[in-house]
Design a binder for this molecule. Sequence first.
Ligand code: RIB
Ligand code: CA
Length: 341
Amino acid sequence: MSDLPHQSRKVIMDCDIGWMNDDCTATMFALLSPDLDLLGITPVMGNFDLDHEVACALRLLELLGRTEVPVCAGFDRPLIHERSSYADQVWGKWGTLQPVESIPPGLPTLQRDPRHAVDFIIECVQKYPNEVTILATGPLTNVAVAIRKYPQLVEQVGEIIIMGGNIPGLPRGHGNITPMAEFNIWVDPEAARIVLRSGAPITLLPLNVCRLTHFDRAYFDRLASAESKHPEVARLFRDYLLIHFENPEVDRKNARLFYGLYDHCVVGCAINPDLYTVTEMHVDVNIVQGAFYGATHGYQRGTYSSGAYQFPLDDGCRPIKVAHEMDFEGLVDIYLRALTE
Ligand code: RIB
Ligand code: CA
C-alpha cells in the first residue's frame, strides 16, 4: 500500500440541475465521493430555467454543508436554438425566465458566486493546467463558449466527460427528445458541435450506454436501505424516486418505465473509467434545422487502399472516446459507497 496522500481528481460540474433530478443526484455523488474534488458547479439552462437551477445547486450545497463550493451561473439560453411549441411540450423549461418561487426543501440563503460559468471554467483550467476535468451533464453552451473565449483550453483541460448524444450505429442508439436526437445535444446543437470538433480530450457517454442504467425496484430497495451520511438529502432523494416506482401515471407522463442514472455515468467515469468499454470514433452533430437537428452521428475512419482519401476528411470532426458498454453494478457500488461511507 502506498503512503502517498490520496489525490482527488479536480472536477467542475457543468449541469442542468433541478431538485433531485439526475443532475442533482449526480452532483451529490460528486460532492460525496472522496475520489473527486469538486471545484465548482456551473449551471446551464436545459432541464430547467437557469435561476431555478442555481437555486437548486445552492440549496443542495447548504443541505450537504458544502457552502464553500462556488455556484457560477452560465447561459440561460442556447446559442441559436430558439424555443418552439415543441420545446414547450417536452422535457426542458430552458429560457422561460420564470421567477424562482419555491423548491421542495425551501429556497437557499446562500448566494451565487458573481463569476460567469465561462470565466470560472477558464480560471480553473489556467490555475490547474491539465488537471481539471469538466463533467458536462447538460447542454454544452458554457463549455463551447469557454473554448471560444480561451482556445488554449482544449490543450490545458484534463478531460471533458459528456453525457450526450446517441450513436445510431451502436445498440440502443435512438434519440430521446426526437427520434434522431438526444436532449442535451438537441437543446444546443451548435454548442455541442463546437465542443465535439474542438480537439479537446473528450469521453462521450451517449444514450447507448446510459440506457444500461435503467434500474428496477430491487435497486431502489438497496438504495433506500443504505445508511446515508446525509439522511435529510437521502430522504428527499428516496421520496423523489418512489414516485417513479409507485405512481404509474407519473411514469407514463415521463415516458419512462424506470428511472435511469444517466448523469451519474459521467461522475462514475471520472472515478473509475474502467467501468466502461470505450471505442475511438469521430462524432459530429447535425446543425441543419429540421427533423435531424441535433442528431449525432459517429463512425470510425475508413481507409481506401489507395491511401488517397479517407472519410471523414481531416478538416472535419476529431476522434474522441465513445463509451458503449458498461458495468452498471460497478457504478451502483461506487455510488452507494459515496452516499454511505
Ligand atoms: O438525455 C438525457 C439527459 O437529458 C440527461 O442529462 C438528463 O438530465 C436529461 O434531461
Ligand atoms: Ca442533465
